[in-house]
Design a protein around this ligand. Structure first.
Ligand code: UDP
Ligand code: MG
Length: 324
């Protein structure tokens, strides 16, 4: 994709960034660095950087990271003022990353860094998005696997843009995709949803999700619920139409009952339907506000192929200006 040609005579070595959000991962970051670094150093023809984002850790994560950075100049560090959460942390890393392609990866090594070369290869073939698709989740609880399975299928059916199934945040993004995402204003609450909204061509690589390398999950039940909630709220405003659907169905039912019984139904029977319809009107306005508040552009350009140089508007205006 954007393995850009050099401006000058020196050939451009494509840079791959690996973004790793960390929250209280003091036990695993050194091992994560070792595994990622081994893979990236062996990747011929590419330069790399590893961007660790410390999402307000309260353990010794930052100390370990600074000592890693002293020993390896490929390591870039960002520390957030407090714990903002995994998704904002990842977005901070995407903004810091300078790579022609950026890979996002969890610190706990559940996503094997050894898959990065295969992702880079697909990117080289022209895929702007290469996702890791989880075909087995050895390291996750049954509860997590089951709720994720149902949730993503439900979200896919509701969302107003594509949602990739069985993928998390282990993903390679071309620079063009990173630019699209980082230009968006507002809360990045659900990055995988944004990737689907952006609409770039996506392929996936299957993998088995490993157990956590050390420590415990930083996704508490509350954080998981909050992520799921953000997912629905940012990917769709369809639920705001629910009152309209309920109102229409209710009123239709009442009308049908009066027709069958050949006598008018009491006012009380109509009231609920009327109220639901009124809520539905509010819902329609809320949908509009939701659309505007997300602040997303109405479309994203994949590529351009223009046959003629465009004459700038100012150049067209010049002769008239001279004549006057
Ligand atoms: N994480 C983060 N901020 C948080 C919670 C998690 O940056 O508030 C990071 C965490 O350090 C890890 C990744 O997000 O690198 C995924 O978290 P975890 O492995 O705990 O989640 P799980 O795999 O259990 O869903
Ligand atoms: Mg994990």
């Amino acid at each position: 994709m954007s393995q850009r040609k050099a401006d000058g005579p020196a050939p451009h070595t494509p840079l791959i960034s690996v973004v790793v959000p960390c929250y209280n991962e003091g036990e695993v970051v050194a091992e994560a660095h070792r595994r990622i670094s081994t893979v990236m150093r062996a990747l011929d023809g590419y330069d790399h950087e590893i961007v660790f984002v410390d999402d307000g850790s309260r353990d010794h994560t930052w100390d370990v990271l600074t000592s890693l950075a002293r020993a390896d100049n490929h390591v870039q560090l960002v520390q957030l003022t407090r714990n903002f959460g995994h998704q904002p942390g990842m977005m901070a890393g995407l903004r810091e990353a300078r790579g022609d392609a950026v890979v996002t990866l969890d610190a706990d090594l559940q996503d094997p860094p050894e898959l990065i070369p295969a992702m880079v290869e697909r990117w080289g073939q022209g895929w702007p998005v290469v996702s890791g698709r989880r075909v087995a989740r050895h390291g996750d609880t049954r509860f997590k696997v089951a709720t994720a399975y149902v949730y993503y299928r439900l979200l896919k059916s509701l969302a107003d843009h594509p949602i990739a199934l069985d993928t998390g945040d282990f993903r390679l993004l071309d620079r063009s995709v990173v630019e699209t995402l980082t230009r968006l204003s507002g809360d990045p609450g659900f990055v995988r949803g944004l990737v689907g909204w952006a609409g770039f061509a996506e392929t996936s690589i299957e993998y088995g999700r490993a157990p956590r390398s050390a420590g415990r999950s930083k996704y508490t039940l509350r954080k998981m619920a909050s992520l799921s909630h953000r997912g629905v709220m940012t990917c769709t405003a369809t639920p705001a139409r629910l009152p309209t659907a309920v109102g229409v169905a209710w009123l239709g039912g009442v009308a049908l009952t009066s027709a069958v019984r050949r006598r008018p139904m009491p006012v009380a029977a109509w009231t609920f339907g009327g109220e639901a319809l009124l809520l539905g009107i509010l819902g329609e306005y809320l949908r509009l506000v939701h659309h505007e508040a997300r602040g997303r552009p109405p479309y994203v350009v994949a590529r351009r192929d223009r046959q003629h140089a465009v004459t700038p508007v100012t150049a067209l205006a010049e002769p008239e200006e001279q004549a006057s």
